[in-house]
Every structure is written in C-alpha cells, then in structure tokens.
Design a protein around this ligand. Sequence first.
Ligand code: FAD
Length: 477
Amino acid sequence: MSDKPILLWFRQDLRLSDNPALTAAVASGARVLPVYVLDDKTPGHWAPGGAARWWLHHSLASLGRDLEQCGNRLHLVSSDNAAETIRELAKSTGAAAVYWNRCYEPFAIERDTELKSALKADGIEAESFNASLLFEPWEVKTKSGTPPKVFSPYWRALRALGEPEAPEPAPERVAPLKAAPASEKLEDWDLLPTKPDWAVGFHDHWTPGETSAQVRLDRFLETALDDYKEGRNFPAKPNVSRLSPHLHFGEIGPRQVWHRTVAHCHAADRNPFAGSAEHFLKELVWREFSYSLLYHNPDLPEACLRPEFENFPWDSSEKPLSAWQRGKTGIPIVDAGMRELWQTGYMHNRVRMICASFLIKHLMVDWRAGEAWFWDTLLDADLASNSASWQWVAGSGADAAPYFRIFNPVLQGEKFDPDGTYTRRWVPELADVPDRYLQKPWEAPGNPAPDYPAPIVDLAEGRERALAAYQDLGEAE
Ligand code: FAD
C-alpha cells in the first residue's frame, strides 16, 4: 500500500455505491481521507437553504456511519474557501492525489478548475469523475453538434448514446490514514433549526441517507411505477418516487435509478421504454436536461434566457409574495401546495407548476422571488432543476411553456384533486366546504370556511392583466 494517501472530496455524491471517485481511490490501493467541506459563506455561491441544511446534517451523519462500517471516518471541516482548504489538507497530509465527482453549478466549475491547476502546481494529482448524471452535459448533442434546447430532441440525443454506464457496488473497506487529522463535529455546524424547530415535521416524511434512498427506490418500483404515467399528476396519489432530495445530495445516482428501473421491468418481462416506465425514465432525463441548460447557460438562475422578459412589469410589493409564501392567498390548491412545502420540505410536481404559475402570472411577481423561496424551503432545492423549472413556467426559458398558457388554479384543483383529499389535508379550514365549492370557496353559500382568506386576486382579472403585460412585451404574435 502506497504511503501517500488520496484525499476524497465528497460534495453532492454522499454515497458509497456508484461513486466513481471513491471506487478509483480504493482501487489505487492508497489510504483514503474522505472529506466534506462546509463552505456556505462564500459570496456569490448559492449556499444551501434552510431545508437543505437539515437534510445535509442527516445525510452527512449517515455517510459517516457508512464509512465507519468500511473502517474509515468522514473528515469534516468548515471553511469560507473550500478549494483552499482542500489544497492545504492535501499538502499537510502528504496526499498523492485529490479525487472528486464533478458538480455543474457555474461557481463550482470555476472553483474546481482553479483547484485542479493549483494542485498540479503543488505536484498533487487531481482527478474528477461523473457521479451525478447519466451523461455529461457536453456529451448530449444534436446531429449538428449543438446542445438541444428543447426536451424531445434532448431525450432522443441522450438515447442515441446508448445505455448509461452500469453502477459500481460500494467498496467493503476504505483504508484509513494511519494518523488522520482531527475532524470538526457535525453537531457544531448548527445545520439544524432550533428556535423554532420548523423542521420538526420532516422526520415523519423523510429519512436521509444512502440506505433509505435505495429502499425508497425499491418501494416505488414495486408499488407505484405501474401507474406512474397517470398517477403522477394527482398529488393525493402515492405514485411519485420522492427521490428528488436523495438525488440532489447524491445519496443515490441517476445511473442506479435508471438501471434498477430497467432491470425491474425486464424481470417482469416488460418493456422499460414504453408506458409508465419510460415516462419515469423521461422525468429522470428532465433532470439531466436542466443540468444541460445550466451548464450551457451559466446565468440561468439569475437571468431570463429570453432577454425580452427582463422588461416584464413585475409587482415587487410585499403583500402578494408574502401571502403566497405563507399559503394564505385564498386560492385553495395554491395554499395547499405552499403549506405542504413549509411543513414537509417537498411539494408535488403538479402543484409546484400551479403555485409557480399563480405567483408569476396571476400575481405578476418576478419568478426569481419564487425561485429564492423554493431554494430556501425545498429539501430537493437544486440549482439546475429549480432555475430551469421556474424559467419554464415563466415562459422566459428555453423549452418554456407558452406565455398564454396560464393555469387556472380552480380547474387544476378540480381536475387533479377531484375529491379534495390533498387540499383538505393541507388547508384544514376548508374541511366543511362541499366538494363542488372546495376549489372556489368564495362561491359557497353560507360561508362554510370563515377562517379562510378571500382570494388575493380575482382570477379572471389577474389572467387578463398578465396576458396584457405579455402582449406589451411583443409576445402576442
Ligand atoms: P418523480 O416524478 O418521481 O421523478 C423522478 C425524478 O426525476 C425526480 O426525483 C427528479 O430528480 C426528476 N424530475 C422529475 N420531474 C422533473 C422536472 N420537471 N425537472 C427536473 N427533474 C425532474 N426538482 C428538483 O429536484 N429540485 C428543485 O429545486 C426543483 N424545483 C422545481 C421548481 C418548480 C417551479 C417546478 C415546477 C419543478 C421543480 N422541480 C425541482 C422538478 C420536480 O417538481 C421535482 O423534481 C419532482 O417533483 C420531485 O419529486 P419526485 O422525486 O417524486 O419526482
């Protein structure tokens, strides 16, 4: 075994299986120092929001336990310059190399590129791998060699690359340093909220960590995949995987999800590229597509991809945004979604689209305000998926919903929550409102929900106002 260790920098790949940087480090025969750097103070970075910090705490605890099973320990260090900290640690431990799996946020790419050069200048090898995506964003191209700008060609181009690489199993042993440097304590990082502990309900819904990610995937495949295509639209149905936070933190990789889904279908003698299974794989590829958009448009989180949208007359007053954030808009399906988000750190995709559309179109609030709120409150907050999705709903993005497609939240609620199970669960003030008025309680005779607010906007007027503003942008033709 080589005297010189390899420093393994964990980032958004908090797992031991299907972890190519870890596999390579172990295969080299070297001792390994696994490190996580908490770098949430650097200006210009999208530091993890409040909900994501809760997840991060538990995910790191789980990774630490898993590494201990392999005879090693996770070294924790906080810093306001992660690259410099890694460089110092590599030097002080006499490391031969630093390995990591790639991140695709623009600031991470810049940081990692500089670090690679700095390490090389120090005589330390630096190698990066792909653990987060099925294929690299630069690999998925149209026939003319450009990155696809809309989803269907993206899917076709990705499929033309063949099957993604098969995942590697977790190593049994990760040889530790003879004398590892002292680690900081996870508890000292204050990642968990205390006063008040607004995350108290999260434990009822989530168990962060690699093992529970695998369990969740298996349970989804066994019980929910068959009806995914239809069921995924109905927020009260248990037909979505809820893998998104596990995927964001890299507790499970998309290659694992892909290959397990394909194997599950083959075992049942079914075609994975038809019906519900294909639909699920396509959703996984929407994630890839979002990463491609971010990679090729680094200002996606901050600037409208279609620049004319910068002239939209946004309403920057506090009241509409605050009512939306608190789930008190008086529009039942919107309030249900916003309260689900606050209480569980998650919101169903159909309802995310409804809530985002309502904020941007009926309330005319800048999509970036919604993006920021989701960033802070979603456990799966992900720079690529969040910014691409907000721009998609706003109509300012690449593969965007047309500006005139303004969801009617009453009709959406009636169609996708027909018996009101989801809406009543999150908005208990509506318990006594009859089904036919549930999504428009202001029309119900006898005021059956006295504690529920009146709608913050007249839906028809709000729609007309948004359409007029879009037309002023020259979008009408
Ligand atoms: P499933 O339906 O089980 O899908 C499986 C996986 O595919 C998901 O875990 C996710 O990784 C991926 N996926 C599914 N739909 C999409 C999509 N539309 N775009 C990108 N990836 C997708 N997703 C995030 O992971 N992080 C975000 O910050 C995020 N912000 C969003 C903001 C808005 C306004 C909207 C409309 C959508 C956003 N999404 C985001 C996409 C989507 O809502 C979630 O990925 C999905 O709801 C997660 O639930 P699930 O794991 O049960 O999904």
